[in-house]
Design a protein around this ligand. Sequence first.
Ligand code: SF4
Length: 299
Amino acid sequence: MIKEITAKTILSSAKHPDPWFGIKYTMNLYRGCQHQCIYCDSRSECYQIEDFAEILVKVNAIELLKNELPSKRVKGTVGLGSMNDCYMSVEERFRLTQQALELVARHHFPVHIITKSDLVLRDTDLLAEIGKVYAAVSFTITTADDGLAAKLEPGAPIPSRRYQAIKTLSDQGIYTGITLMPVLPFIEDNEENIATIIHRAHDAGAKYIIASFGMTMRDRQRAYYYERLDRLFPGLREKYEKRFGDQYSCGATNAGKLEKMFREACARYGIATRMTQYATEHPQIQLGLFDPGTHSGKA
Ligand code: SF4
């Protein structure tokens, strides 16, 4: 179900840019997400989204942004994709992301987008324009297997389409890479999956892969995930319960070994494992090391 709502504000500011993507301002134009990934941590109680399948469209978002963006003294990176995918299919109709990017371009702010959708290609010209300051597009890919992805991320375009989009954006000179997170224990945490993701990233021209070997789980998110596991992978829930109990941070099997293999393979292909371009151009930002297994993946 799609419902139109009005918001009070649209940009939330962090005191310091986050160490992964350098995001200073977070913007969520929608609430809920049509991609319905079974592992999504936006279902957690702390976010107070009662029905994650209901899509709320902030119809006054652009009016708010027109006032809020020019009032920001620091031209920090605007991040899209933290609580939902800003290119889910509802965006075709409402075009809030496109209009927001037009404002970002007009006011010369840098931008970072995380998405699973090739609808982002619609805005290639805009991103190229913003890229004169800084634009990065990170595609989340947790498995290279289209069939498995259709089970885990049922509303999102399949990984093959995401790789095609990476290639198109890269060919246009837009800074593009992959967020490889989460890596779901017992499902995606095998060397073959990680190696295939990296190999195809190289073929598509991805400049970086940011990985986190594991997942996080809490309250409603865990309940939903386990209910889906029961339907999709009978018997797997019991393995999770045995290994992780109530833990928030649930590491991949052999996370250390996988990470080592990941770093070696990326080095062989010349793919960065952090966002080097941002660090180079914004030396005041100290990029931190990732904490494997503590991120659940968004967009
Ligand atoms: S993980 Fe991202 S794309 Fe998937 S449902 Fe959550 S917000 Fe949407």
